[in-house]
Design a protein around this ligand. Structure first.
Ligand SMILES: Cc1ncc(COP(=O)(O)O)c(C=O)c1O
Length: 391
């Protein structure tokens, strides 16, 4: 009986780029340029006609392997790598929009994505409506006849709100708009937005895809025609991925399923522990039945992810003292790597937002965001317990 290969088999064997000398680990084509046999060949490659390699800003075999693997794992027709998550997001957004277009995006998207929509797209004649909730009805109310893009980020930061991807893509399709979904927090192991109708998926590959806090990268996956438009845009804007970074990402992807399984497991156990802790006011984890979006998460996610946040009782001071008292978890921005990282949004990522606005959107003074790593979860539980008790 034949069965489609599973996630880990595809992560290990996916992609067609192979070393002609048959090394088992793929080579790093650390070159900016490629030799032509004739001027005619150079002209053909520069015009994107036929196979072969031209110039690394045009494309590179190591980077291509990463792209092929991502297309495989997300279930997209094609993929395009970028030098950072924002390189991927800004390229994708600018590629799909034309002057006169209108976008709907939640206010609670990654900060630089919010700035892209607030400051950059208006310079290109694109209007954006920000909505205060991730509810499909909020999207629907904000849509206009010229709406061309519905933007989704799920789960989001830092409250792990979950957007019903299928509901949003069906709204978009009804008016001929495109849906772009930021799948950074979930990873394709836990969630595949393309299967739910998304046209493009974007990632900060800096996070779970790389997985070791050692590479900054991004990727766009999805419809071939849109990836082609994004490729033209990327070659002009220029944030291409370095071949060595692509190689690190390929190496990261080989173990993505194993790592995310453990992230899911550790986060679920830590969330349960924190939910019963006397010094914790509230836990935000989509895998807890008490989470407002649990039903949507259970429907569209194969696992609930490694990200959670919680509110330490005692406000700002308790939040700061807790993160400073941790001995295993490190105080640092970013997420998705082997090592547990924590942030205190009220004093870092959300520090520019007025207190009342911050509190209204759920970012309370005691809120702590945790990227749960791959350590032994019993040790993480002991660490959070001692830090909370001493705070
Ligand atoms: C959800 C999300 N999207 C995009 C980005 C931007 O990615 P990068 O820092 O790789 O540009 C981040 C970074 O934290 C993120 O968390």
């Amino acid at each position: 009986m034949s069965k489609a290969p599973g996630f880990q088999t595809r992560a290990i064997h996916g992609g067609t780029v192979r070393d002609p000398l048959k090394s088992v680990s793929p080579p790093i084509y650390q070159t900016t340029t490629f030799q032509f046999d004739s001027m005619a060949e150079g002209a053909r490659l520069g015009a994107d006609a036929g196979s072969g390699w031209y110039y690394t800003r045009w494309g590179n075999p190591t980077t291509r392997l990463f792209e092929e693997l991502m297309a495989e794992l997300e279930g997209g027709e094609d993929a395009l790598a970028a030098a950072s998550g924002m390189g991927a997001i800004s390229t994708a957004v600018l590629a799909v929009l034309e002057p006169g277009a209108h976008v709907v995006s939640p206010r609670a998207v990654y900060q630089a994505t919010f700035t892209l929509f607030r400051e950059v797209t208006p310079q290109h004649g694109v209007e954006v409506t920000f909505i205060d909730s991730v509810d499909p009805n909020a999207y629907k109310r904000a849509m206009r006849p010229n709406t061309k893009l519905l933007y989704v980020e799920t789960p989001n930061n830092p409250l792990m709100q979950v957007t019903d991807i299928a509901a949003i893509t069906s709204l978009a399709r009804g008016v001929g708009a495109v849906t772009i979904a930021d799948n950074t927090f979930a990873s394709p192991f836990n969630q595949t937005p393309i299967a739910l109708g998304a046209d493009l998926v974007v990632h900060s590959a800096t996070k779970y895809l790389g997985g070791h806090h050692d590479v900054t990268a991004g990727v766009i996956v999805g419809r071939r025609d849109l990836v082609k438009r994004a490729t033209r845009m990327l070659r002009v804007l220029g944030p291409v991925l370095d071949p060595f970074a692509a190689w690190l990402l390929v190496r990261g992807l080989r173990t993505l399923g194993l790592r995310v399984e453990r992230h899911n497991h550790n986060a679920a156990h830590l969330a349960d522990f924190l939910a019963g802790h006397p010094r914790v006011e509230r836990v935000h984890y989509p895998g807890l039945p008490s989470h407002p979006d649990y039903a949507v998460a259970a429907r569209q996610m194969g696992g609930f992810g490694g990200m959670l946040s919680f509110e330490a009782r005692g406000g700002f001071e308790a939040g700061v003292r807790t993160v400073e008292g941790l001995r295993i978890a490190s105080l640092a921005v970013s997420l998705g790597g082997h090592e547990t990282l924590v942030t205190h949004p009220a004093s870092t990522s959300s520090v520019g937002i007025p207190r009342e606005d911050r509190e209204r959107s759920g970012i309370t003074d005691g809120l702590i965001r945790v990227s749960v790593g791959l350590e032994d979860v019993e040790d993480l539980i002991v660490d959070f317990d001692q830090a909370l008790r001493a705070a």
